[in-house]
Design a protein around this ligand. Structure first.
Ligand SMILES: C[S@@+](CC[C@H](N)C(=O)[O-])C[C@H]1O[C@@H](n2cnc3c(N)ncnc32)[C@H](O)[C@@H]1O
Length: 371
């Protein structure tokens, strides 16, 4: 920025020339030297080998790492990880990168690795799981979730003797139980909350079931009374919905303690389960495979998933790092959500493309994503 300001007194033609020069210098970050200060890496897409660059980052400084390394022998990115001779070598190389990620992560941070699997001689290798198991054996981390991405539009293949793979794991690792977690911001379906509050049929079938049950008269009276109360709660929007279990009609719950549902069923002849407004947040995320018009990168993960993960696992202004940045998805998502970013890729063309995507975001250009 400083350099750009210094050209303001030059004649117009010269100014344009200089500006162009400096802009180019700004957009192409050269292979960094290890003594480049940490602050200089922030909000940059850096061209280079991730292991070398990660080693220049101080420990306990990065709040969130989200990444998707190249699949084993899937695509030819020219150089870098994914071209190893064996799955074992490939997993070892990923573990080296993970080791650095674990070192630079803050104690309340998270690491999310998205990996794809591979068939070799018609046998699925379970590579993502081999990696996750080794991580747990070798590093002081915990696996919080295996979030399964269900691809809504998998590549349509016509295998005669196997089904089409359409899922990929996102492994969520942490260093400590005190990891930052903002569940209320993750995949919110507020639009469908309490959509049945005005219905006249709420709980109607339970009136009939109570009537036809073998409960005593006293039990039936109490069941009808509690049923009317819970219906009022749904109508008032205090709870989302409810389920009722009636002795002799519904199956008994397994196990349970005194005072629990099984006990209520035995004593009162019925039990009512209230369902609060919060939708269940599952370890499954459904989303189409991303395609970007004119993309220079063959394997882009969905911006939607990455944004949801960033909202779940980081605060505004936190630093989000991706050591295999590719087309820049993680940085675009981070920037758009007011987080800082660091992206690394060994392929200079991808770095340029990632920077262009971020620039488009800065300039509020129309979204370039088509699914
Ligand atoms: C699957 S792609 C990442 C795609 C990215 N998630 C996106 O949405 O565009 C993996 C990337 O890792 C890069 N890569 C492979 N080995 C690397 C290494 N040792 N250091 C840095 N980047 C590497 C490849 O050039 C490739 O762009």
């Amino acid at each position: 920025m400083k350099k750009l300001r210094s050209v303001t007194n030059l004649p117009e033609k010269k100014k344009a020339k200089k500006k162009k020069k400096f802009l180019i210098a700004e957009t192409i970050t050269p292979y960094i030297s290890l003594n480049r200060s940490f602050e200089n890496l922030i909000d940059k897409i850096i061209h280079g080998d991730n292991l070398t660059i990660l080693k220049s980052i101080p420990k306990n400084t990065i709040n969130l790492i989200i990444t998707s390394p190249p699949y084993f022998k899937q695509r030819d990115y020219g150089i870098g990880i994914g071209n190893e001779k064996t799955t074992e070598e490939y997993v070892e190389n990923l573990l080296r990168v993970f080791s650095e990620c674990e070192r630079i992560l803050t104690n309340d941070g998270s690491i999310v690795f998205n990996l794809g699997d591979k068939y070799l001689e018609s046998s699925l290798q379970l590579i993502p799981f081999r990696f996750a198991i080794e991580v747990q054996k070798r590093f002081p981390v915990k696996l919080v979730n295996n979030i399964t991405w269900v691809k809504l539009n998998p590549t349509p293949r016509q295998y005669q003797k196997r089904l089409v793979s359409s899922t990929e794991p996102f492994f969520h690792f942490v260093k400590d139980d005190g990891y930052y977690y903002n569940l209320s911001d993750y995949i919110n379906n507020n639009g469908i909350k309490n959509k049945r509050t005005n219905g006249n049929n709420i709980g109607k079938r339970y009136f009939d079931l109570i009537e036809s049950s073998n409960l005593t008269l006293e039990q039936k009276k109490l069941a009808l009374c509690e049923l009317q109360e819970v219906i009022k709660e749904v109508r008032a929007g205090k709870i989302e919905s409810f389920r009722m279990k009636i002795k002799g009609i519904h199956s008994e719950p397994f196990g349970g303690q005194n005072g629990g549902r099984k006990y209520q069923l035995m004593k009162k002849g019925f039990t009512i389960i209230k369902i609060k407004g919060n939708p269940i947040k599952r370890d499954v995320i459904e989303c189409a495979v991303e395609t970007i018009k004119g993309s220079k990168h063959p394997a882009i993960y969905p911006l939607y998933i990455i944004k949801e993960i960033i909202k779940l696992l980081s605060r505004p202004n936190d630093i989000v790092l991706d050591p295999f940045i590719g087309s820049g998805t993680t940085a675009v998502a981070a920037k758009d959500l007011g987080r800082r970013y660091i992206g690394i890729d060994i392929n200079e063309e991808y770095c340029k493309y990632a920077r262009a995507r971020i620039k488009n975001l800065n300039e509020n250009k129309l979204p370039e994503l088509f699914t």
